[in-house]
Design a protein around this ligand. Structure first.
Ligand code: GRF
Length: 207
């Protein structure tokens, strides 16, 4: 049984997609052990409660130093014997101590086709504003392993989504969630739970 921690900061629609997929049996041999938020007001914590999963608040501002926060996050994951950390709209930089302890066991969903519209400062609606400003006809979402860079880890899965002429950042964001994010994030977790995702350097193979 793959023991999952989902890290969130906001609404948690991707968390919901994962919970629904586990409940529907589309993801097998996996369980959400904990949902960790840095933000007390995150609706994702409400979703965790409704689902019956533990919701934990671990916020940098509640610790005397950043190092104390980093250690608290690491300890929470180690204590719960987490196998896979899923960043689902988590707006905090994951500390190096966590990245090293969970090498190739942390995944993130990013709402563009990496390497387009990613990196520092490219999160939330900014991603879609940049895509529209550049005039791309296709955008999409990427699930990747997390390394010490920003959106630089090995790519596991991508799905393209058409950009429409009258899109706003909000409409594009919604379509990418519905047509890509909520599909490829649960799919990736399901494949990891079945031991079908293999990483060699920067290359990921499935099978
Ligand atoms: C999603 O667009 C995801 O790609 C990005 O943050 C957003 C989170 O949305 N990393 P939600 O909290 O899952 O609704």
């Amino acid at each position: 049984m793959l023991r999952i921690a989902v890290l969130v900061s906001g609404g948690g629609t991707n968390l919901q997609a994962i919970m629904d997929s586990i409940r529907d049996g589309k993801i097998k041999d996996a369980q959400i052990v904990t949902v960790i938020s840095n933000n007390a007001g995150a609706y994702a914590l409400e979703r965790a409660k409704n689902y019956g999963a533990e919701g934990l608040l671990i916020a940098p501002g509640d610790y005397p130093t950043r190092e104390d926060f980093n250690q608290a996050l690491l300890e929470a994951l180690l204590e719960r014997k987490i196998d896979l950390v899923v960043l689902a709209g988590y707006l905090v930089v994951v500390p190096p101590c966590v990245i090293h302890a969970f090498e190739n066991r942390i995944i993130n969903i990013h709402p563009s086709l990496i390497p387009s519209f990613c990196g520092t400062g490219c999160y939330g609606l900014h991603v879609h504003e940049k895509a529209l400003a550049r005039g791309v006809k296709i955008s999409g979402a990427t699930v990747h392993f997390v390394d010490e860079g920003t959106d630089t880890g090995p790519i596991i899965m991508q799905k393209a989504v058409a950009v429409e002429d009258d899109d706003t950042p909000e409409t594009l964001q919604r379509r990418i969630m519905e047509e890509a994010e909520w599909i490829i994030l649960p799919e990736t977790i399901g494949l990891i739970a079945q031991g079908k995702v293999h990483v060699e350097g920067r290359k990921v193979t499935i099978g």
